[in-house]
Each structure stands twice: as C-alpha cells, then as structure tokens.
Write a protein that binds this ligand. Structure first.
Ligand code: XMP
Length: 325
C-alpha cells in the first residue's frame, strides 16, 4: 500500500544503488517538486549531492530566502546559490512582449545554470565525478508536458537531450510515479517547511509575466509588496488549500485617477486573479469571501503607495488563461 514512508524508503534504496560513489546535481526552483526531489536524494546520498539555485530575481517576497535558509536548515543540503538578478533585469529592460520575456528568461536561465553545473563538475573531488542530474518530474509531467510551476524551466530545458555535449548526466527522477498531493506528503515526511510544501504552482518566468509592460526593479518592488499582502491575507483566512493559484498582476502601463487623504492620485491598478482548478488546463475564478477581498484591497491601497485601485478578475479559463501573459 502507498504511504509516504514506503515511498521514501524505496526511493532512498534505489537512489543509493544507482548513484554509488558518484556525485549528483539538482537544480532548485523554489517550487515543491524540485525541493522534494532534492530532499529525497539528500536523504539517500547526503553530501554527494550539490543543489544549484539560480535566483533570477523574479521570485516573490521571501521565496529566495526560503530556499537559501529554510530549505538548507531542514535538509543540510550543500547549496550553490547564483544571484543573477541584475543579469536578468538587464536582459529584460524595455521588453514588454510576453513571449519575448519568456524567451529571454528561458535562454538566460539555461546559460546561468549550465555555467553553475560546470563549476560544480570542476569542483568535484578526484574519483567522484558528477554523473547524475535530479529532476522533479511528476507523473502528470510524464503523461503530458503542459504548464507547470517553476521547475518547468529546468524540466523542459535540462533533459538529457538538451544538455551540452561535454556535460552528460544520467537522470534521477524520484517523483516520476507521484501526483502533486503525494509529493507534498513525501515533503512533509522529509521535514520540509510548510511554506515550501504547500506552495502553489508558480510559473518559471516568475513575476516577469505578472507585470503587464516592461519589467524593472521598481515595478518588481510594487508587485512584490502587493503579492505579499495577498498571500498573508489568504493564508490568514485559511483559503490556501481551496485556491489552486492566486496570480497578482501589476498593470504597469495603466494609470487611473484616485483620491487619498487630501490629494488626487494617479496610480496603477493591481489585478487579483484567484483561480480554482484541477490541472491548470481549465480553471474557474475563485469566489473569495467579500471580507477577505475588502481586507486585501484596503491593505494594498494603504500600504503600497503606487497602487490606488484593486480589481478582481472574474474570467474563467477558457476564455482567459490563468496568467495575464
Ligand atoms: P495559463 O496562464 O496558460 O497557465 O493558463 C497554466 C499554468 O501554467 C503556468 N504557466 C507557466 N509555467 N512557465 C511555467 O513554468 C511559463 O512560461 C508559464 N506560463 C504559465 C501558470 O502559472 C499556470 O499554472
């Protein structure tokens, strides 16, 4: 019978047998899949594993720290962090087209990750070459490769075929038979922090595709502040498990007139996009309680200076998509 304890034991044994004395690399995205996969491999082979976290600077408030501090504290994993925020911002400067943003982020991500891989390979001790790459592929990814969360970047670009010829690794995919809720259960079993285990799906290109318009540091700061308020309030209201995903979107090129205190304001709208879904292929807009919406709206307009209007997206998918870009 399926239990998370059985899965952990079974996978630990299998990974040990397969890896032997070799070294292993795992990319972390901040998402639940790559975190659980890494924790499982860490449980099996300890310090033969090196994790690589490319911080593209497009994550939400606190998420990079969650990987760099909480995940490391919970697992003791050897983590290599690459702070590439400025590089990504530089390449994204002035780019408003959604697909162009995705292309740039995907391309730069591969470059930065491959460079980090090379450094890990070069730093490996004599007689302990890096031979394997861990991927957080789930059962539904095996059946069909559709939208996903942050790990999707690593998934689609770092399969064996896509690796440069001088870096050939075997793949370790310890979650291949599991569904998302089972992965979360395994993560809990491995002692991962709730913030990681319960994280909603999040797109690889991150907040860049939640800023409608060009991305810059100031716009990221505004969106991050609004998004953090939304997450605080939905978590406090106990709504996380009901909501599939809750994109918060900054309409950076739109301004509207408002009034606050004695003065006229000319600020940006924030769009709330809570959705319910089974698999992200179709979705419905989430019917959040009015008092939660009110609290979110009041806090965002009070606490984030540049925002003077909060609107609710009541479109299902189709015809809308979950993300605005
Ligand atoms: P849409 O917006 O197409 O999103 O309804 C469906 C699911 O896919 C996620 N998504 C992405 N994930 N890279 C990703 O890794 C992307 O470029 C991307 N675009 C959308 C979205 O968050 C939702 O879960």
């Amino acid at each position: 019978t399926w239990t998370s304890v059985n899965i952990v034991d079974e996978q630990v044994e299998k990974i040990r047998a397969e890896v032997g004395d070799a070294r292993v690399i795992c990319g972390l995205s901040g998402g639940v899949d790559s975190a659980v996969a890494a924790a499982l491999v860490q449980r099996a082979i300890g310090d033969q594993l090196t994790c690589v976290f490319v911080d593209h600077g497009l994550l939400r408030e606190g998420e990079a720290e969650q990987v760099e501090q909480d995940f490391v504290a919970a697992t003791g994993v050897d983590l290599k962090v690459v702070d590439a925020a400025e590089r990504f911002l530089g390449h994204l400067a002035g780019v408003a087209d959604p697909e162009e943003k995705r292309k740039i982020i995907g391309r730069e991500f591969i470059r930065v990750f491959e460079q980090a891989e090379r450094e890990v390979v070069e730093a490996a001790p004599e007689g302990q070459p890096v031979r394997f790459l861990v991927q957080g592929t789930l059962y539904p990814d095996v059946v069909e490769s559709g939208g996903g969360e942050g790990a999707a970047n690593i998934k689609s670009h770092h399969n064996v075929g896509g690796l440069p010829e001088d870096l050939e690794f075997g793949l370790i995919e310890p979650l291949r038979t599991l569904f998302k809720d089972e992965v979360r259960e395994v993560g809990r079993q491995l002692g991962l922090p709730a913030g990681i285990v319960n994280r909603h799906p999040f797109p690889g290109p991150g907040l860049a595709i939640r800023i409608v318009g060009a991305v810059d540091a100031d716009r990221l700061r505004i969106l991050r502040a609004a998004d953090a308020i939304v997450r605080e309030e939905t978590t406090a209201a106990g709504l996380d498990a009901e909501i599939w995903q809750f994109p918060v979107v900054l309409l950076a090129d739109v301004r509207s007139v408002g009034v606050q205190g004695d003065g006229r304001t000319y600020g940006h709208p924030i769009v709330l996009r809570p959705v319910t879904s089974e698999d992200a292929m179709t979705a419905d807009w989430g019917r959040l309680p009015y008092d939660v919406l009110e609290q979110i709206s009041t806090r965002i307009t009070n606490e984030v200076d540049e925002v003077n209007r909060v609107v609710l997206d009541v479109t299902s998918k189709p015809p809308g998509t979950i993300e605005w870009e």
